[in-house]
Design a protein around this ligand. Structure first.
Ligand code: GLN
Length: 463
C-alpha cells in the first residue's frame, strides 16, 4: 500500500483540501483498528485534539511548517513530558516522563501531532520486538513474521500507514533493520548529530535517534526538523557536508554463504541498476568490517550494564515484593527485567570485571578504533559503502527466540556504522518471492547525510 508523502499532505493542508483534524483522525482511526500491536499506547483523544488545535492555529497564523499537523509516533524510549514512557519494560510500566526529549520539544515547535508511543524490544535490546514485555509486534506484510527490532513498533506503524513518520533509535541497527523488514526508509544519523537528551540510554557511545518514513524525501524533511546541537547533550554537534557525488561506491568483501539467496539477487540487481546510472562499484577489502559485531557485543552490554544500574526499585521504576532492603535490588531486577535484558547485564558486568577487563573490553575499544579508521579511509575515495541492510528478509515470530546468537547475526551489516560513528541509510530495494521487503544500506562519511539521501533517491528510482 502506498501512503502519501509529507510534502503531498502538506500541500493538501495548505490548499485547504483537508483539515488537520481530518488528516489526524484518518491515521488515528487506522491505528486504533490495527491488530499489529505496533502501539504501546495511542494517546487520549483530548490530548491529540489539543495538539491538533495548536497545529490548526499555526496554519491560521501563517506559522505552519511542513511538519505542522503531521501525525507522528514516538518509540517507547523517548520522553514526552506528562506521558508514560516504559522502554517496553515491566520495570517502567508506570513511569511518567517529567520533561520533553529535545526531539519532542522540536516536534512541538514544528506543530507535529504526536499520536502515541510504539512497541519495542525492552530497552531497545533485540532485533525482532519479541523482547517487549507487552508481546511482539507483527509485520504488516505477513503477520506471522517479525517487523525487526528494536524499533519494530515504529516500523510497523509507518509501513501500515498508522502514522506519517516515526522516531526510532539505533544502537546497532534498530532503525535500519526494521526499516528493511517492513519496506520503509530508515536513517542512522551520524552519532552526535541528534540530541540524545530524553532518550533512554542503552549504549551511550552508540545510541542515535533517527527518522523512519515512507520515502527518502520524508526522511530528510523529518530529520532536518530534529537534528542539531543541543546544550543538554555535550556530544551533539551541528555539521553537514554538501553533496558532491563522485559516483563511486564500494562493497566490502563478505562471506556470501550466510546470506539469503533472494537478498543477494536483489542486491545484485541494485548494483547493476546503479552501474547503469554511471556508478563505478568496487569490491574492496575491509578486513575488520565483520569484527564489528563481536566488538559491539562486548561494548554494548558493558554500557547497558552501567546504564541500567539505576533501575533498582529505589531510584527509578517499579519495585517487586521483598522481605528486606537487601533483597529489593535483586528481587526487583530479577522480576521486572526480561531474560534478554538480564543476559546483557550479566555479559556486560563480566566483560567489565577486574580479571577480564583487559581481555575483552580494552581489546574491543582498540578494535573499534581500527574499524573506524578502515571505514574513514574507504570513504575518502568512495561516496558510500553499499551492503544489503540485513542478511535475510523478516523471519518468523518465535523462530529465533531461543537462539540469541543467530538473532545477533541479523546485525552483521548494520553494526559497523554505529561502532565507527558513521551515518547509514536503509532504502527499500524490492521484495522476496514471498512478498517480504528487503533493503540496501549506504554507509556514508561522517555528517554526510545529504549524500546518503541523494543515493537513496537513486535507489527509489531504479528498484
Ligand atoms: N539488534 C541490536 C541489538 O540487539 C541493535 C539494537 C539497537 O540498535 N537498539 O542490540
Amino acid at each position: 500500500m502506498e501512503y502519501p508523502t509529507i510534502e503531498q499532505l502538506h500541500t493538501k493542508l495548505i490548499n485547504k483540501e483537508i483539515t488537520v483534524a481530518d488528516l489526524v483522525a484518518e491515521y488515528v482511526d487506522r491505528a486504533k483498528a490495527s491488530d499489529l500491536n505496533a502501539f504501546r499506547e495511542i494517546f487520549a483523544d483530548t490530548d491529540i485534539a489539543a495538539q491538533v488545535a495548536v497545529a490548526e492555529a499555526m496554519f491560521q497564523q501563517g506559522t505552519a511548517t511542513v511538519l505542522t499537523g503531521m501525525p507522528i509516533a514516538l518509540k517507547d524510549n523517548i520522553l514526552f513530558g506528562g506521558h508514560v514512557v516504559s522502554g517496553s519494560s515491566k520495570m517502567l510500566e508506570h513511569y511518567t516522563a517529567s520533561y520533553d526529549a529535545t526531539v519532542v520539544a522540536k516536534m512541538k515547535e514544528a506543530g507535529a501531532v504526536i499520536i502515541g508511543r510504539t512497541n519495542m524490544d525492552e530497552f531497545a535490546m533485540g532485533s525482532s520486538t519479541e523482547n517487549s514485555a507487552y508481546g511482539p509486534t507483527k509485520n504488516p506484510h505477513d503477520t506471522s513474521k517479525v517487523p525487526g527490532g528494536s524499533s519494530g513498533g515504529s516500523a510497523a506503524a509507518v509501513a501500515a500507514g498508522l502514522c506519517v513518520a516515526a522516531f526510532g533509535s539505533d544502537t546497532g541497527g534498530s532503525i535500519r533493520q526494521p526499516a528493511a523488514f517492513t519496506g520503509i526508509v530508515g536513517l542512522l544519523p551520524t552519532y552526535g548529530s541528534v540530541s540524545r537528551h530524553g532518550l533512554m540510554a542503552m549504549g551511550s557511545s552508540l545510541d542515535v535517534i533517527g527518522p523512519m518514513t515512507h520515502t527518502v524525501g520524508d526522511a530528510k524533511i523529518f530529520y532536518d526538523a530534529f537534528k542539531g546541537k543541543d546544550s543538554y547533550d555535550g556530544t551533539s554537534q551541528e555539521q553537514s557536508i554538501a553533496v558532491s557525488l563522485k559516483k563511486k561506491l564500494a562493497m566490502p568483501k563478505f562471506d556470501k554463504g550466510g546470506i539469503d539467496p533472494e537478498v543477494l539477487s536483489n542486491f545484485e540487481m541494485i548494483v547493476e541498476g546503479l552501474k547503469k546510472e554511471g556508478f563505478t562499484i568496487d569490491e574492496i577489502e575491509l578486513p575488520h568490517f565483520a569484527d564489528a559485531l563481536a566488538v559491539y557485543y562486548i561494548l554494548m552490554p558493558a554500557e547497558v550494564s552501567s546504564n541500567l544500574a539505576r533501575l533498582d526499585g529505589i531510584r527509578y521504576g517499579d519495585r517487586a515484593e521483598s522481605v528486606s532492603i537487601n533483597d529489593v535490588y535483586g528481587d526487583t531486577r530479577g522480576a521486572l527485567f526480561g531474560p534478554e535484558t538480564r543476559r546483557r547485564i550479566l555479559v556486560g558486568t563480566y566483560v567489565l570485571s577486574h580479571g577480564y577487563y583487559d581481555a575483552y573490553y580494552n581489546k574491543a575499544v582498540a578494535l573499534r578504533a581500527t574499524i573506524r579508521k578502515e571505514l574513514e579511509q574507504a570513504l575518502e575515495t568512495y561516496d558510500a559503502i553499499l551492503t544489503p541492510t540485513t542478511p535475510t528478509p523478516a523471519f518468523g515470530i518465535g523462530e529465533k527466540v531461543n537462539d540469541p546468537v543467530s538473532m545477533y547475526l541479523s546485525d552483521l551489516f548494520t553494526v559497523p556504522a554505529n561502532i565507527a560513528h558513521h551515518p547509514a541509510l536503509s532504502v527499500p530495494s524490492g521484495k522476496s518471492a514471498a512478498g517480504l521487503p528487503v533493503g540496501v544500506q549506504f554507509i556514508g562519511a561522517r555528517f554526510g547525510e545529504e549524500t546518503l539521501f541523494a543515493l537513496g533517491k537513486i535507489v527509489e528510482d531504479i528498484r
